[in-house]
Design a binder for this molecule. Structure first.
Ligand code: UD1
Ligand code: CA
Length: 448
């Protein structure tokens, strides 16, 4: 089986600077939804691109064959652009880059029908409450397929027909190659219609799609929002079926690309995006955003922002923490309120519970980072590293001026500005010695 994904159209009604098919649905480009589904069926996938093809090309996997349709003269013209890809001895499935939710199961049913019936083409049809805009399926009195009529070419009585052409077909490669050059553009839109190839076939079969959402195309931002909402519920229901508790589905947004283990609880107003994996028995949220992060089991994250982080089991984050790109929290790490971590590894059992910035740092196991500790990693020119050994104690309000090293078991006095390395097991103090001037206040007031 070969698969051709048509995606050359501009998508004018999106009112976008970017090609329609790179707009995202649940965190993934429309065209990549289709490519991923196609790949579940075949390794031979081609896309036909046109408008701003480069922008699409750089976002799709590089094993996909790309064909360019310079001018968009209709769906048959688009397939023609990829005619070198069609193998006369193989079947070819036609999909669309802007019809993202077509499922593998439906396609398998379509292909099975095609193989069993040995038809020249098998097309996927659907019944829609509002068929406006779609090509209609015209059948004889005894239900035999006769032809497809495009919206623009419909007669008044045909307009009421609710069975539509989804535009998704499986053709015998040889039959399609034979039909394409014979298609004319003498119709209401002056386009080369792929539907005309169907009428040139000797035997035509049809298969019905059960859930019409699968064949809905995205033409406008409203369509995109509609599918986003449909998909959002689908993702949430699947997670709940798999044993994840979603406390308030109506305020929870989880991308289809996310995986979550069972008995994890997602609290309200939480967003989980991109390639995030969350383990079992976690408590996530409320009011938390997690993106492209990997999280172990029994992790608790409350009212926090987490992006590009790696968090091992039994760690706890928040409330009000921010873990940025390259944060690594090993087992049982505790990161608390108003703590920001960037490109830093916190080994097992590290605690940084209050008002801290750890950037470009490595903190050894069991170390306690006191409230208000700051790694001064940026000197105005470059980022410098801080190394802290294990079981160290960093007193509150310490500034670690990087590059700097604090040895294991070292203790830093509160309020220190540390500009020199502190050897292992030592006390580091970097602050002015305290002076007490006895009775100074009373003397100034001139009375005891
Ligand atoms: C097509 C079908 C119609 C069906 C409908 C389902 C034809 C003639 N009609 O109509 O029967 O009900 O799909 O959605 O096929 N494209 C290109 N190059 C082109 C033209 C289109 O790549 O030159 C791509 C578009 O990017 C889009 C898809 O093909 O993804 C469908 O094109 P569109 O013009 O929207 O087809 P419809 O008129 O909706
Ligand atoms: Ca059209």
């Amino acid at each position: 089986m070969r698969v051709i994904v048509l995606a050359a159209g501009l998508g004018k009604r999106m009112k976008s600077k970017y090609p329609k098919v790179i707009h995202k649905l649940s965190g993934k480009e429309l065209v990549n939804w289709v490519i991923d589904t196609a790949n579940a069926i075949s390794n031979d996938v081609a896309v036909v691109l046109g408008h701003k093809a480069e922008l699409v090309k750089e976002r799709i996997p590089n094993w996909v064959d790309v064909y360019i349709q310079q001018e968009q003269l209709g769906t048959a013209h688009a397939v023609m652009a990829a005619s070198d890809f069609i193998d006369p001895k193989d079947d070819v499935l036609i999909l669309y880059g802007d019809v993202p939710l077509i499922s593998k199961e439906t396609l398998i049913k379509l292909i099975k029908k095609h193989k069993n019936s040995k038809a020249d083409v098998t097309l996927l049809t659907a019944f829609l409450d509002d068929p406006t805009g779609y090509g209609r399926i015209i059948r004889s009195k005894d239900g035999k397929f006769l032809r497809i009529v495009e919206e623009a070419d419909l007669t008044e009585s045909e307009r009421a027909i609710s069975e539509i052409n989804t535009g998704i077909y499986v053709f015998k490669g040889e039959r399609l190659l034979d039909a394409l050059p014979r298609i004319r553009n003498d119709n209401a839109q002056g386009e080369y219609y792929l539907t005309d190839a169907v009428s040139m076939m000797e035997s035509v079969e049809t298969e019905l799609v059960e859930d019409p959402v699968e064949i809905m195309g995205v033409n406008t931002r409203k369509h995109l929002a509609f599918l986003e909402e449909k998909l959002r519920w689908r993702v949430l229901e699947k997670l709940m079926d798999e044993g994840v508790t979603i406390v308030d589905p109506s305020t929870t947004y989880i991308d289809a690309t996310v995986r979550i283990g069972r008995d994890t609880v997602i609290h309200p107003m939480t967003f989980v995006r991109g390639h995030t994996v969350i383990g079992e028995d976690c408590e996530i949220g409320p009011m938390t955003t997690i993106e492209d992060s990997e999280i172990g089991n029994r992790v608790r994250i409350v009212r926090s922002e987490v992006k590009g982080a790696f968090i091992e089991s039994d760690a706890s984050v928040g409330p009000y923490s921010r873990l940025r790109e390259g944060s690594v929290l090993k087992r049982k790490v505790r990161v608390g309120n108003f703590v920001e971590v960037k490109k830093a590894t916190l080994e097992e059992n590290v605690a940084a519970q209050h008002l801290t910035y750890l950037g470009d740092a490595h903190v050894g196991a069991g170390t306690n980072v006191g409230a208000g500790t700051i790694t001064c990693n940026y000197d105005g020119l470059r980022k410098n590293p801080t190394f802290i050994g294990e079981n160290a104690f960093i007193g509150s309000n310490t500034a670690l001026v990087a590059p700097v090293r604090v040895g294991k078991d070292a203790l830093i006095g509160a309020g220190s500005v540390i500009t020199m390395d502190v050897p292992e097991g030592s006390l580091g103090l970097g602050r002015a010695r305290q002076v007490n001037k006895e009775e100074w206040v009373y003397k100034r007031r001139g009375k005891k």
